[in-house]
Design a protein around this ligand. Sequence first.
Ligand code: MG
Length: 387
Amino acid sequence: MKKITILGSTGSIGVSALDVIEKNPQRFQVEALAAGRNIKLLKKQIEKFKPKVVSVSTKEIALKLREALNAKSRVKIFYDEEGLKEIASFPSADIVISAISGSAGLIPTLAAIEAGKDIALANKETMVMAGEIVTKKAIKKGVKIIPVDSEHSAIFQCLEGSIRQNLRRIILTASGGPFLNFSRNELSKVCLSQTLRHPNWKMGKKITIDSASMMNKGLEVIEAKWLFNVDISDIDVLIHPQSIVHSLVEFIDGAFLAQMGIPNMKIPIAYALTYPERIINDLPSLDLVKTGNLEFLKPDIKKFPCLGLAYAAGLCGGTAPVVLNAADEVAVSAFIENKIRFIDLPNIMEKILGLHNSINNPSLDDILQADLWARRKTKKIIERMIN
Ligand code: MG
């Protein structure tokens, strides 16, 4: 029986993970859940999965949750960042699914590693912001970090049983998002609801917008660098609109391995929980005849400059990726609030990157400072833009 903690249980990955757990009660048990403000869903999850402890974002929400729960419920309720750390390091868990969206996932993931938990990593910001610190700590603690992000799970699977020196490069696939065939002029007019209509994957708002701008792929390039210990220059991106090939690796003899399947996050989630074993699921099998042609195209960095910016930040290293990520989070929020246009996103991030003096081999404190600096600066830039 594997004992599981989920950070971000009411988000898209958290809900899919609980579905995998529910269908395999003989294998998995939920120990602890951390959510934000969605107490309606968290209450249902508590009643169904009976975790020992949960956490929510504030004391007020914790009180509301206690009120909503049956008086007999024994679950302990924590709140705020301290509560989140409590959940992340909860002693009896074997593995922590790190699925909080955005930079908020970094500190609790580090706490889980510190506590010696294996990590099923869905929060890419953990690696983007602090890849060096995280990977070093994981080695020191003897902790496995197993990717949940579909592309990285694909690469992880392709590299199974291979000799590391034989790897030539990693190729991340990208669907291209809803605006793949839009002209620059069309891109300047897109609205939020169009941006949220991802052709293949059902995900949270932030990552769906990042997919449309290709920032998501950019962040994934940096994530891959740390997860697989490869240079940024050995990571390529291919547009693959069908999202059937989830990523590929090339070895020095020219052999390629690709991992394929229907686009459904339950597959990489289950693999991260059972690795190296696999379990049966109730998903339809991939029908390659019905799928038809599989296309592969070169990404258009002129049309989607976020990808180029992420490569630049990744190559620069230090705190540059931290700043890029923070600027993206703030800018995407502003886009959701209708304050800026979709095509403003890369311009804002380029400005912030240009203003930042990257610190090499940053400490955790340097990282958090750079994150804060970039948030403030981005907000200022956006305010100036709209006034
Ligand atoms: Mg992905």
